[in-house]
Design a protein around this ligand. Sequence first.
Ligand SMILES: *Cc1c(COP(=O)(O)O)cnc(C)c1O
Length: 221
Amino acid sequence: MIAENLKQVLSELPEGVRLVAVSKFHPNEAIEEAYRAGQRVFGESKVQEMTAKYESLPKDIEWHFIGHLQTNKIKYIVPYVALIHGVDSYKLLVEINRQAAKMGRTVNCLLQLHIAREETKFGFSFEECREMLASGEWKDLAHVRICGLMGMATNTDNTEQIKAEFCSLDSFFQEVKSSWFAHEESFRELSMGMSHDYHEAIDAGSTLIRVGSRIFGERNY
Ligand SMILES: *Cc1c(COP(=O)(O)O)cnc(C)c1O
């Protein structure tokens, strides 16, 4: 089941779009099934759960943290995390940098933008993000690498709205890239698209889709 779902999703991805298989709240066995089918990139949203899975599963798995990260828990994932998708404040970036410096690592991060209409979703507004980048202070953070942007569309059946939100993030991505990262090869990821909206996200320029229930089935939480 999982292997078939995975293959189906992968078959729909154009070149240049990678899949983060979101395995949160699913047991190791589910991840192992996807792993045997060739998947190596997995996404988790809880620090403790991701760390336990990292410790007990094959070491060539690339772990992406996609949840809301609390500063006091950064230290647990810094040793092994491949990409932190949801950096939603400058303070968090500073703290990740501090922990990464201690451990002699450089941690890949995405800045999370608030593009949905819901109030509950985390992230910078476009204006806050522009101000943060314009201040230039982030350039001194030698142990974080800003690799791109991440966002979540409104949870709605209105596909026109979803498309408009993803397109707004894509144009903001182009703006940020040309203003601040024009010569940075590593600034290239646009993380957007989940089970119910990844087709729209891909059409709008996503390079990383984060798909859980479409592969692993519904979560019991
Ligand atoms: C849970 C989650 C996903 C995956 O959601 P599905 O609808 O199961 O595909 C993607 N991104 C984030 C940030 C999530 O928390």
